[in-house]
Design a protein around this ligand. Structure first.
Ligand code: PLP
Length: 407
């Protein structure tokens, strides 16, 4: 199959896409990535971002010079001990946080487990015993790991038949809700939640919100400080291009850090970590969210990806995400594809979702045409739009190829 030309039925042509790329102020950032096959339309950066060249360089340096050369002294001489917090400070401006409010560590699942427990206990401290089980509310359609974590906490904290933590599905009625867990960007549709209004509404109802920024970090201009968010987590392997299984991040607003007691008492969270015989006494600041020894190689790659995004700046990135998304929706509309993603700013710009009953087969056939998209059962094909690497021609070729396969 060949790319479409101006003679084809789509009114938006490949030439139009090329013109968008030619005037794209962010186009040159693609050169910062390792891209072995320039023809590949990689539209899955919303699941796993591409490989920054600086990640390859940094990993080589850390492995060859630090690990191989300086060995264990590297923990002190090369700042490995602090790397989770320095990575957090690099990430901070991308999500509207302040220095000292983010730790980069573990998986999003672990971070959410910690933060939901933190929110439950913070709520108890603030409001005392509410005389009923603590209610944690989540959308029934929320990303699975978020729901599983909450269900697991409910079981863990409610031994026997006495409900101590209960789960409520749905966020329409927050009466009696104590903790809300909410994704800023819906993983199926890319719909963007109103973070300011929703955080305020939960606060007014007496609830603490734990925001999941996994599909937002590195593509949405989030302002955690301005929105009054207290607790948030998210991953770095999507739009932050941090690498497969890259460590996640935990955000704890400075004003609540001293009140936070998290459930995994590891020695990296301990004040005076190397005074081995003390009882657990959490360190000051967001460092108390750490657990055990951080994976330095994963962190090294994550810092490379995060720093690249920080160099570009989140406003510029979010602007391109919006342009890519609206372009994709224009093309999809002309091709008659069924799309559940709204136009920006109602959606995040991070992906557009096309629905088709044969999604599984279409994903496979797209891959054989060198178009990589992501699938979510039962019928969603997600076309990921990663502003630093996705070209308008990739979007155009991906969607027109899909339309040809469906025809
Ligand atoms: C909204 C959301 N939360 C959490 C996760 C995954 O968490 P983890 O990094 O623990 O795999 C994802 C993964 O895609 C996600 O989309």
């Amino acid at each position: 199959m060949t790319d479409r030309t101006d003679d084809d039925v789509a009114m938006i042509t490949r030439a139009d896409a090329e013109a968008c790329d030619a005037t794209d102020p962010l186009a040159h950032w693609r050169d910062e990535f390792v891209i072995p096959d320039d023809h590949l339309a990689y539209l899955d950066g919303n699941s796993l971002g591409r490989t920054p060249k600086r990640a390859v360089d940094a990993l080589r340096h850390v492995v060859e010079q630090q690990w191989a050369g300086d060995l264990i002294a590297s923990w002190w001489e090369h700042g490995w001990l602090d790397l989770p917090l320095r990575a957090g400070d690099t990430l901070a401006p991308l999500i509207g946080a302040l220095p000292g409010e983010i730790a980069v560590h573990d998986s999003t699942t672990v971070c959410l487990f910690q933060l939901v427990n933190v929110a439950i206990d913070l709520h108890r401290t603030r409001d005392g015993d509410v005389g009923r089980p603590i209610v944690v509310a989540v959308e029934a359609t929320e990303f699975p790991t978020d729901r599983y974590v909450i269900d697991g906490i409910s079981v863990l904290r409610s031994p026997g038949d006495v409900p101590v933590v209960v789960v409520r599905h749905g966020l329409d009625d927050l009466q009696g809700v104590d903790v809300v867990v909410r994704s800023l960007v819906d993983y199926r549709t890319a719909r963007l939640a109103a973070i300011v209004e929703e955080t305020r509404r939960a606060n007014d109802a007496g609830a603490i919100t734990v925001w999941d920024l996994s599909h937002a970090a590195g593509v949405v201009a989030v302002d955690l400080e301005g929105a009054g968010v207290e607790l948030a987590a998210g991953c770095t392997y999507k739009f932050l291009n941090g690498g497969p299984g890259a460590p996640a991040f935990t955000y704890v607003r400075r004003s609540v850090q001293d009140d936070v007691v998290q459930p995994i008492w590891g020695w990296f969270a301990q004040r005076d970590q190397f005074a081995m015989d003390r009882a657990f006494d959490p360190r000051d600041g967001v460092g108390r969210m750490l657990n055990g020894t951080p994976g330095i190689l994963g962190l090294t790659a994550a810092v490379a990806g995060i720093s690249l995004a920080a160099d570009v700046g989140i406003d510029a990135i979010a602007g391109k995400a919006a342009r890519l998304s609206d372009f994709a929706l224009d093309v999809a509309g002309e091709l008659g594809l069924t799309c559940s993603t709204l136009r920006t700013p109602a959606s995040s710009g991070g992906h557009v979702s096309i629905h088709h009953d044969d999604a599984t087969e279409l994903q496979r056939r797209l891959a054989s045409e060198r178009v990589i998209v992501d699938k979510r059962d039962p019928d969603v094909l997600r076309f990921g739009l990663s502003p630093l690497t996705t070209r308008f021609v990739d979007v155009h070729r991906g969607l027109t190829t899909l339309a040809d396969l469906i025809a």
